[in-house]
Design a protein. Structure first.
Length: 259
């Protein structure tokens, strides 16, 4: 009789514990969420990710995803900001409300796959592709520029003048950002960039300048003797202007042109 009561109590105990056990094991077996919390998911997603060899980029924030696309020909950027996003912890993806846009983390956490109307792979960090320097176009623009003295009565191209009064010449091309703050002192030229939209470049010429074109042995040490501001739009020159000229070069030019 006592054994029967113990058996009944044991069965009752198991009956009480069994639902809890089944519930616990069910949660363990069927809870396949990729992230436990939104915070865990954000820790992995938030940041800058770059794809398409630098022509596409996403910046993931806590409540937005910014998509930047850089045109491979014009290098102009188009920006789309998704501000109605859902952190789907179950599937491990960011959903954009009322659209088919998804951003899903890869299994190794090293890339995000996503986009709209196609799949793009974005990798952590990276920079957008830089526009290549149109060195040949800039060089030709400078060499073809005319310099004159005597109120324009005497003139010649930069190339022809340099052939006569400069030796060991080099030409360097910079973006405005690369050139630095030295350009800002030429205030009369700064406004030109507002008047002529496009890509602005600084081109400098450096070499040994003749101190007297009639004497072959009198040359300065190497120096920057000419500086140009050039603005390019759609692969065409829309502005070209000399904003600095060294005194030795100016003297040599005058002597050469008026000889």
């Amino acid at each position: 009789m006592k054994k029967s009561k113990k058996l009944i109590n044991l069965i009752r105990g198991i009956a009480c514990v069994l639902p809890v056990f089944i519930c616990f094991t069910s949660c363990m077996v069927f809870n396949n969420d990729k992230y436990e919390t939104v915070s865990d998911m954000q820790d992995e997603f938030i940041g800058t990710w770059t794809g398409l060899a630098g022509y596409a980029q996403i910046v993931v924030g806590s409540d937005t995803v910014s998509y930047i696309y850089r045109d491979a020909e014009t290098y102009e950027d188009s920006l789309t900001v998704y501000d109605s996003i859902i952190w789907n912890t179950k599937d491990g993806c960011i959903e954009v409300e009322n659209s088919d846009v998804l951003f899903t983390m890869s299994e190794d956490g090293q890339s995000i796959v996503g986009g709209y109307g196609g799949i793009t792979i974005f990798y952590k960090g990276g920079e957008l592709a830089e526009k290549p320097m149109p060195t040949e176009l800039l060089t030709r623009a400078v060499f073809d520029a005319k310099l004159s003295v005597g109120y324009g009565y005497f003139s010649a191209s930069v190339e022809d003048i340099c052939d006569e009064v400069v030796r060991d010449m080099t030409i360097n091309c910079y973006t405005i950002e690369e050139y630095g703050t030295d350009y800002s002192q030429y205030e009369e030229h700064v406004g030109i960039m507002d008047e002529h939209p496009g890509d602005a470049y600084i081109v400098t010429l450096k070499g040994d300048v003749s101190m007297n074109p009639n004497l072959d042995y009198m040359y300065t040490e190497s120096l920057e003797f000419l500086k140009f501001l050039i603005i390019v739009q759609n692969n065409e020159i829309v502005y070209r202007g000399c904003f600095d000229m060294d005194g030795y070069f100016e003297t040599a030019m005058i002597l050469m042109l008026t000889d």
